[in-house]
Ligand binder design. Structure first.
Ligand code: PLP
Length: 453
């Protein structure tokens, strides 16, 4: 932040009392804090009244933007009727029942039961526990390892951070825990070898997954988890044919496939689910974020009938199903989940994403002419621009230079909020964004990019 401008009272109070997640906290006073006061549509406003296009939907979640009156009314009504209840010990609430039914209706594969959490991390943590519980129930106590991928992002609890494949989530945190294996990141631009075609790259990484499964022993591996399109690892879209090839391997060895749809659910990629867009057939699904369009925290895990029956068997032996969160299935979150899905359907948000995606794509592609842009990646209304020091060799910038962070800062100075993932700048605007607003977003981004060196 510009140090010649004195800090506001709120900024000073923030610095003295708030520990900020995912922030270089040793430089907090230098880079912020940017205190956001209110939001409307695709815009948020800081305490000085400056507007910013929220080019990230907050954290890939505010898909309906800010201040949606129908969502606000649904929240108010739920809070008046029943501000809190839980689902423990066979209790139920109408909002949880309705949301579970809706999720089953729109699921990409037949699902039987929905388990509610408060977040995406808790959903993925739950997935691992459920895979272990299932294999204990099935008398396979050694089938417990979970395969994830380098650059994956699955959250920050001890287990979900272990599934995550990013160094800053492991170094200094004593992670990953045992039983988690990381296989290749399916990013051809970054990890394809010299002279290797995309198909050869695909064959190589699928082969390396096969080797991993054989080396570890298929009888020791319970599940593989994957985001259909990797989000926080840099918006990475695997080569065509990747998921069917992986799927065949997992099926062969009775390894379940967990789709982490925390970012890719609810229309973001132009279909209800990212797995539909990338031809992935999940066994179980994690979701959160746009589940409530971020109007309240909520996550969910969906499981099919045969897997659910294994839990029932185990519950019979042990006496109960011993897992649950105080706020999992919070009535406010569930009511907002029901309302969000209703809005996605009645306003045809998925149709809208598809109709504006060509503008998003065209403006992304135009950026490839810029000397610092190595690759642009996009699908539906999610994408990333990877900045490189040398386009010809794809050489990355020295990480100490912080080019991505610098670019995100220039975005802010131009009234735009984007997220830097090392030197990739992520784009995930609210799904309600209009063509004109998308063009304005990219106009602001181009100004920021022009300031980078
Ligand atoms: N899974 C994916 C794919 C995510 O992108 C995220 C968060 O960005 C998570 C899980 C974790 O969700 P939460 O931050 O709600 O715990």
């Amino acid at each position: 932040m510009n140090q010649s401008v004195p800090l506001t009272n709120l900024q000073t109070r923030d610095i003295s009392s708030v520990l900020h997640p995912y922030t270089p906290i040793h430089r907090l006073g230098e880079i912020g804090p940017l205190v956001i006061e209110r939001g409307e549509g695709v815009f948020v406003y800081d305490t000085q009244g400056r507007d910013y296009i929220e080019g990230m939907s907050g954290l890939w979640c505010a898909g309906l933007g800010f201040g949606d009156e129908e969502m606000i009314d649904a929240a108010t009504e739920q809070l008046r009727t029943l501000p809190y209840y839980h689902l423990f010990g066979a209790k139920g609430t109408e909002s949880a029942i309705e949301l579970a039914e809706k999720l089953k209706e729109i699921a990409p594969v037949p699902m039987s039961k929905v388990f509610f959490t408060s977040s995406g991390s808790e959903a993925n943590d739950t997935q691992v526990k459920l895979a272990w519980y299932m294999n204990n129930a099935k008398g396979r106590p050694n089938k417990k390892k979970i395969i994830s991928r380098m650059k994956a992002y699955h959250g920050v609890t001890v287990m979900s951070a272990s599934l995550t494949g990013l160094p800053y989530n492991h170094i200094g945190w004593d992670l990953p825990v045992d039983r988690v294996l990381h296989t290749d990141c399916p990013h051809y631009y970054r990890f394809g070898q010299d002279g290797e075609t995309e198909q050869e790259f695909l064959n190589r990484i699928v082969g390396s997954l096969r080797d991993l499964i054989e080396r570890e022993g298929p009888d020791t591996i319970a599940a593989m988890i994957a985001e259909p399109i990797m989000g926080a690892g840099g918006v990475i879209i695997p080569p065509a044919g990747y998921y069917p090839a992986i799927q065949a391997l997992l099926d062969e060895h009775d390894i379940i496939f967990i789709s982490d749809e925390v970012i890719t659910g609810f229309g973001r990629t132009g279909n209800w689910w990212g797995s539909q867009t990338v031809n992935m057939r999940p066994t179980t699904i994690s979701t959160a974020k746009q589940l409530t369009a971020a109007y309240a925290p909520l996550g969910a895990v969906m499981v099919p009938e045969d897997i659910y029956q294994a839990y029932v068997d185990h519950s019979k032996q042990i006496g109960t199903f011993g897992h649950g969160f105080t706020y999992g299935g919070h009535p406010l979150g569930c009511a907002l989940g029901v309302k969000a899905i209703e809005i996605y359907q009645k306003r045809d948000i998925i149709g809208h994403v598809r109709s504006v995606a060509p503008v998003f794509e065209a403006r992304m592609k135009k950026l490839t002419d810029h000397p610092l842009v190595g690759e642009v990646r996009h699908c539906g209304l999610v994408g990333a621009v990877e900045l490189v020091a040398d386009k010809a060799t794809k050489r990355s910038f020295d990480p100490k230079k912080g080019v991505g962070a610098q670019c995100a800062k220039f975005c802010e100075e131009n009234g735009l909020i984007q997220r830097a993932i090392v030197d990739s700048i992520a784009f995930c605007p609210p799904m309600i964004i209009t063509e004109a607003q998308l063009n304005e977003l990219f106009d602001r981004f181009e100004k920021a990019l022009a300031a980078c060196e």
